[in-house]
Design a protein around this ligand. Structure first.
Ligand code: HEC
Ligand code: HEC
Length: 291
């Protein structure tokens, strides 16, 4: 404000000016509106109240605590405790209900699918892919092609004990290495027969005979596989290792014997159950055990 004793007055409004002028525009010295002053005072009073009640001012050793002792850490801790408690209740329910019961209870089911999705990312995605799409040697878990079975009990057993994991109850079967038993020509013939099962090659009579003698015991006469033995279906379009002749011949000469760890010792049973529900929900789950 100007200290000039003879204050200039604006001609139009008759209001005193502050003496500030910009390109002929003069600032009028109007008092602040009353409502504005009240809002201002209220906010000042509010802030003083806030300083008293909540942590506000920095001090040498931290900050003022506020009479309510509120802190964002305490709030977070309380919220997390509530989440843990809720999870605990659900985990217990998962534990005390059978897989079929979980599946028919919408709330438990939703919890299990969501939990399973998280545990899947942590434990399974490295091998089966983030989208469970699988890859060479690692089965796709979204499709309805199951090596060991796609109903709840079968998936649960696969997860709990693993495949060729060394666990006493593991899914286990070993395709023999035919590299030393069949000649290269015979391997070529049976490879062609395998490809012909899904229409990828012309039939091969010699190959069919070799197949009937050496392979049908596990893969079935028509090559449709056997879940008891974990022998994949060779007559469909889904391949663990690949449909091209080179890969099939390699598998016949020296099978890979894919390994999946047993999860029983690594994850609590309630988590394995959630994973089972999740995998079953991915799209290829079966309602009933099938051959
Ligand atoms: C170290 C790699 C690895 C990890 C980790 C892994 N798997 Fe597997 N999984 C495999 C392999 C390899 C097979 C196929 C074994 C075979 O040849 O039968 C398999 C098979 C399966 C099968 C059987 C599929 C069928 O068609 O019958 C299911 C179900 C499965 N895995 C689920 C899971 C889940 C759920 C997890 C996480 C808890 C997981 N896997 C973690 C390697 C892995
Ligand atoms: C003792 C049972 C057994 C016998 C006998 C057997 N297999 Fe297998 N086969 C399996 C198993 C188990 C797998 C699963 C792959 C693995 O983990 O090695 C498999 C996998 C395969 C695959 C890979 C399938 C894919 O999806 O990529 C081919 C191809 C195959 N077998 C062909 C044959 C042929 C051809 C013969 C006969 C010369 C034969 N198998 C004999 C058990 C057997």
């Amino acid at each position: 404000m100007s200290n000039d004793p003879k204050k200039e007055r604006d001609e139009v409004t008759g209001v005193e000016t502050t003496g500030h002028e910009w390109d002929g525009l003069k600032e009028l010295n109007n008092p602040a509106p009353r409502w504005w002053l009240w809002v201002f005072f209220v906010t000042v009073i509010w802030s003083i109240g806030y300083w008293v009640v909540y942590p506000a001012w920095p001090t040498m050793s931290g900050h003022t605590e506020g009479v309510r002792g509120w802190s964002s850490y305490k709030k977070l801790a309380a919220e997390q405790q509530e989440i843990t408690a809720r999870r605990g209740v659900f985990a217990e329910k998962i534990q005390s209900h059978s897989l079929n019961e979980i599946e028919s209870d919408p709330e438990l089911y939703a919890f299990a699918v969501a939990g399973g999705r998280t545990y899947y990312k942590e434990n399974c995605a490295a091998c089966h892919g983030t989208g469970a799409q699988g890859g060479p040697g690692y089965p796709n878990l979204n499709d309805d092609d199951w090596i060991w079975g796609g109903d709840l009990e079968a998936i649960y057993a696969t997860l709990k004990h693993g495949v060729r994991s060394g666990h006493t109850q593991a899914r286990d079967s070993q395709m023999p290495a035919f590299g030393g038993m069949l000649t290269p020509a015979q391997i070529g013939a049976v490879t062609q027969h395998v490809q012909s099962l899904s229409g990828k090659a012309e039939p091969n009579e010699e190959g069919a005979t070799i197949f009937a003698q050496n392979c049908a015991s596990c893969h079935g006469e028509t090559g449709h596989g056997n879940r008891e033995l974990g022998a994949p279906n060779l007559a469909d379009a889904i391949w663990l290792y690949g449909v091209d002749a080179g890969r099939i011949a390699t598998q016949i000469r020296s099978p890979r014997h894919g390994v999946m760890p047993a999860w029983e010792d690594r994850l609590p049973d309630s988590v394995i159950k959630q994973l089972t529900i999740y995998v079953h929900a991915l799209g290829g789950g079966e309602a009933e055990p099938r051959e």
